[in-house]
Design a protein around this ligand. Structure first.
Ligand code: HGY
Ligand code: MN
Ligand code: MN
Length: 410
């Protein structure tokens, strides 16, 4: 089995066809979770998997499981997969690559007439991005028992629509129980979404860990009033407070280099009128670090610094940490399978920690799990300019094939 290779062109073509669904002018993809476009992408994936002879099941969080039977179907499957939802200005590869790499492996094994000992499954996890419905990875989180079903289904977008309602609307409110089932192993292939592999001219990232994340939602309340007659010293300007906290977030990130990440990505100003002093500002904070201790110190610095700022400006503050995903060590045996596959294929590689969160971070709680990274151009992702090279995508898919076969036939 060592010599089977996936079909590079067919993998590329499937990525390009999926990328047409929500395709943008600049060559990116906008296919937000549980929109009609997400439904279209899901339907296409299900159609392709049925054509490849898979059975399909959908659970109550809309996670899709495409199952390829093995010789002994009583055994837990070796699973692969990722997500099909994108950022608003996303690319064609983030998430989608890990899903379609699984499909390509089914197609290749069918062509070669190869049956594995255990069944195989490729999974589409709902709403990995956490862009429309925070937090991220919420559906793999419910599967892994990090959140209960009621919490997952009640996640709402900025218009108040919940995941449960939107799953019903697009016809992906499955009835299979979420989680409580074993995977023999889970592997997620993904673009790196950073510059390391490209800078070091390495084709494969053997991912050993993923960094921790803390997400916050902050609402500052002051007093809207007229931008003309209101004297500066007496103002309670919520946007000045937000601006100082944005700078504080950036300082905390810079003070914890080389690994800390600190981002304010979403801000809403009320009433958002050019000649009214902003009375209220809502914004988010995204902190990341591979070390739980340092992430906790960043948390402390933010809470203390923000409290000083709002006191100084006489603002009210509602501050909530809405999500904490601790750093994740991946399974050593799975990492070894990926490393061995990479070496057997003669591919340049390096070990690395994932800067992004992935569904694998939650699945690692309930199954032996690891990840395979391939480079993306200039490390750019969560951007319509996201690009990956067909050779690299095929190389990563061949590593995935080899690691999956090793575990499925062990
Ligand atoms: O935010 C992340 O790391 C992932 O893209 N959801
Ligand atoms: Mn992703
Ligand atoms: Mn992403």
């Amino acid at each position: 089995m060592k010599n089977i290779r996936i079909n590079q062109q067919r993998l590329w073509d499937s990525l390009m066809e999926m990328g047409e669904i929500g395709g943008t002018e600049k060559g990116g993809c906008c296919r937000l979770a549980l929109t009609d476009l997400d439904k279209q992408g899901r339907d296409l994936f299900v159609k392709w998997c049925k054509e490849a002879g898979c059975s399909i099941s959908v659970d109550q969080m809309g996670n899709i499981f495409a199952r390829r039977p093995g010789q002994d179907n009583s055994l837990p499957p070796v699973a692969m997969g990722s997500h099909l939802d994108t950022q608003p200005t996303g690319g064609k590869f983030d998430g989608v690559y890990g899903v379609l790499a699984g499909l390509e492996i089914f197609r290749t094994l069918n062509e070669q007439g190869i049956e594995t000992r255990t069944p195989l499954e490729t999974v589409v996890w709902t709403n990995e991005e956490g862009s429309r419905f925070p937090p991220a990875m919420v559906s793999s989180g419910v599967f892994a028992g990090a959140f209960d079903l009621e919490y997952g289904l009640s996640r709402a977008d900025l218009d108040g629509k919940t995941m449960g309602e939107e799953l019903q609307r697009i016809g992906y409110a499955g009835n299979t129980q979420v989680g409580g089932r074993a995977f023999k192993a889970f592997f997620e292939a993904h673009i790196e979404q950073g510059p390391i592999l490209e800078n070091e001219q390495k084709q494969i990232g053997v991912v050993t860990d993923a960094q921790g994340q803390r997400w916050y939602e902050v609402t500052l309340t002051g007093q809207e009033s007229h931008a003309g007659p209101t004297p500066m010293p007496s103002r309670r300007d919520a946007l000045v407070g937000a601006a100082r906290i944005v700078d504080l977030v950036n300082q905390i990130g810079m003070e914890n280099q080389p690994n800390a990440c600190a981002t304010v990505g979403l801000m809403q100003v009320f009433p958002n009128s050019r000649n009214v002093i902003p009375g209220q500002v809502f914004f988010t904070v995204d902190f990341r670090h591979p070390d739980a201790q340092i992430l906790a110190q960043m948390d402390q610095a933010l809470r203390e610094g923000a409290a000083r700022i709002v006191e100084d400006l006489q603002l009210d503050m509602d501050f909530e940490q809405i999500w904490h995903s601790p750093p994740v060590p991946f399974d050593q045996d799975c990492v070894t399978s990926v490393r061995r596959a990479t070496e057997e294929l003669g591919l340049s590689h390096r070990e690395m920690v994932s800067g992004a969160g992935h569904d694998a971070c939650y699945i690692a709680r309930v199954a032996p799990t690891s990840m395979i990274f391939v480079p993306c151009e200039k490390g750019i992702s969560h951007n319509e300019l996201e690009r990956a090279d067909a050779d690299d995508l095929a190389a990563g898919c061949n590593v995935l094939l080899s690691a999956v076969l090793e575990r499925a036939n062990a």
